[in-house]
Design a protein around this ligand. Sequence first.
Ligand code: PLP
Length: 441
Amino acid sequence: MTIVESNTKSLVEKDRENVWHHISAYNEKNPPKIWESGEGAWITDHEGNRYLDGMSGLWAVNVGYGREELARAAYEQMKKMPYVSMTQSHEPAILLAEKLNEMLGDEYKIFYSNSGSDANEVAFKLARQYHQQNGEASRYKFISRYRAYHGNSMGALAATGQALRKYKYEPLAPGFLHVAPPDNYRRPEGQSIEEYNILRAQEFEEKIIWEQKETIAGIIMEPIITGGGILVPHPVYLEKVQEICNRHGVLLIIDEVICGFGRTGKAFGHQHFNLRPDIITMAKGLTSAYLPLSVTAIRKDIYEKFDTGEENSHFRHVNTFGGNPAACAVALKNIEIMENENLFDRSAELGERLQKELAILKDHPFVGDIRGLGFLLGIEIVEDKETRQPAKDERIAKIIGDCKANGLIVGRNGDTVAGFNNIIALSPPLSCTDDDLDFII
Ligand code: PLP
């Protein structure tokens, strides 16, 4: 292409010719949006149209767009010291680790990476090595849930329970098993939510026993399944899982990649429940996605089996960009903003109001269920309320299209293979104003 040719082409044309988009297939009739700027909860495309971003990007821009403080934190740190590998250390990484421990209320070692997938890979490798160094080398398997998403890499995708995302790339990492999650809306008739949740938790124990407990390294789960359709468990579920882990020597890995940093109305999603995770993974809201950064937090009593002075007792894992100084500085400033603006409480308050106001939709013939926690909401769309048959693609597409035509971006989630890809997701920035909330409603 000559320079003259290039200059006469539109951004849309150049995009179509050169860019391969994540997970989405575009064509001439349906080009991707090209976003240009953002302020608060609102984003503007290159033609000047404004939308309220009801998904915070990919469930990530928790403090909203256009935060100059975050840009400044990155700029100052890049000027001073743009890069240090985490084989060594630097001030923002140290201060951020201290801050995260204060938020977690327990003692963890903080391991830095770049993405949620990376953080989960680290969790799997660490868990296997821990068991080896703890005299239980046969423990290598992980159990997760169908419908859950844990990332795109061979281990994190193996942990994911959505077959359509996986089957063309299999075989993935070996040793990953799945059980069904609690889906309270679709529980069998006659079972109370509590009974049903206990039964679902017990599936982990059955799997552990059938597989020989000495082979099970860990269980990985989000406190609330997010991308798989906003499945909020009854507290007995997670507490039972914790008890099963304790009894069988299985590590509990909690994936806070979406639920963390205020999304559910507390700093971390697991803090709604009586849990003491061995490993916690986080990303997205950690920097509000202004820069890539993720964390695997490992409880200190697990860490004690590492770096013991014995040969090869250290964790043999390195990545070039994890813990980048500017990303850590942005994360620190991002958390400071969340604290100064009380965004965790604000998330709880906004979510409660949203659920209350949207409750009128429950009478709508196609709305099967409305559920969520904090500023994380799922609306399950069905063809028929009696049979709970999931809504057809056209119906969901119409809702999403109508929201967009009226200036609101919403998500679509669930699991296509199981036919439950019928949940409209809302996960707006926690910094939404009252007017923004009115607009969504
Ligand atoms: N875990 C959960 C719960 C996620 O939702 C995601 C991404 O959406 C990931 C892990 C993977 O994160 P990343 O896309 O940063 O690799």
